[in-house]
Design a protein around this ligand. Structure first.
Ligand SMILES: [Ca+2]
Length: 312
């Protein structure tokens, strides 16, 4: 009897992980700091954000690169509802600057769910197939998730148009429903996908945890910079072949396949958000205090991005 119970517990875990072993996507090679801003001067600037592209990035794949170095960086992004990301910037010398002289931050105020400086990017042409979203982030020393079991860090959202691009929480799904994929941390700061899709189990999104190995969850902690990347591959309509992947410091930590994000071709990836959103809507799962998350070197690309190596 005990053996049977053990098998019942272990089998779903084994099967769940096996599903995640198929076709492991890999990232391109990493390149070195410090940044050489002259590298891209020979290229016409075809992307949004900073014209000083990070070395190693191929200009033809890039939709947005932002290093937060320019006073007016917020005027170089295309947005819709929300403003551009950042409640403010910090300058060197500061451990909260990753590269160059500045980074930006989002600020969670005590008892608030939404962070000041939460913002988004809207590409001019919606993306039909695949997008990669990478960010460097650093939780402020002492950062706490409090009583909240979910803080949403970054998100990709899709729909038939910009207004219809979200997960439709609690709503009945239709052919024109949007989708959303968030990369989040829980109250132990373990990373997970939270995703709204056509085959989700309830009216809310599904959760799949990210792992460094079979036994080790993928976590982030205050006190250091992390390179975090999210990939969303949209499914072909009428096929169940959408995919999600995430990498932490260049290492694959999560991969989910056979997702149906859309039923019709018109549903495309429309928006990218950095929002550091605490919990749901109850007072107890809001930010427990005033605290920040610092961000730098944000990239949105059509191809895998990878990380810089900070200690060559
Ligand atoms: Ca910077």
């Amino acid at each position: 009897m005990k053996k049977l119970i053990f098998l019942l517990i272990i089998l779903p875990i084994l099967l769940g992980c096996a599903r995640n072993e198929v076709n492991k996507p890999t990232l391109e090679k990493s390149v070195y700091l410090p940044l050489a801003s002259s590298e891209t001067r020979n290229y016409p600037v075809t992307w949004d954000g900073s014209p000083n592209l990070e070395p190693g990035l191929n200009p033809k794949d890039i939709l947005l690169f932002e290093d937060f170095e320019d006073d007016h960086y917020q005027q170089r992004w295309r947005v819709h509802w929300n403003p551009v990301v950042g409640a403010g910037t910090v300058e060197r010398p500061s451990k909260y600057v990753f590269a160059g002289n500045r980074s930006a931050y989002l600020e969670n105020k005590e008892r608030k769910h939404e962070a000041d400086g939460a913002g988004e990017y809207v590409p001019e042409i919606p993306i039909d197939d695949v997008a990669y979203f990478r960010i460097y982030l650093h939780l402020q020393d002492g950062f706490s998730t409090g009583e909240s079991d979910q803080v949403k860090l970054i998100s990709m959202r899709g729909g038939v148009d910009i207004e219809g691009s979200y997960g439709g929480a609690g709503k009945k799904l239709t052919e024109t429903s949007g989708f959303a994929v968030d990369l989040c941390i829980d109250n132990s700061r373990s990373l997970h996908f939270y995703y709204y899709h056509l085959d989700q189990e309830g009216g809310w999104g599904d959760i799949t945890y990210c792992k460094l190995s079979f036994f080790r969850s993928a976590k982030i902690s205050p006190g250091k910079w992390y390179c975090l990347e999210l990939m969303l591959r949209n499914n072909i309509p009428r096929q169940k072949n959408g995919q999600l992947s995430a990498w932490l410091d260049g290492k694959l930590i999560g991969h989910v396949e056979k997702i149906r994000f859309r039923a019709i071709e018109k549903v495309k990836i429309q928006r990218f958000a950095v929002y550091n959103y605490f919990g749901g809507s109850d007072y107890w799962d809001a930010s427990p205090k005033d605290q920040r998350i610092y961000i730098d070197n944000l990239v949105i690309s059509r191809k895998p991005i990878g990380c810089l190596i900070s200690n060559p």
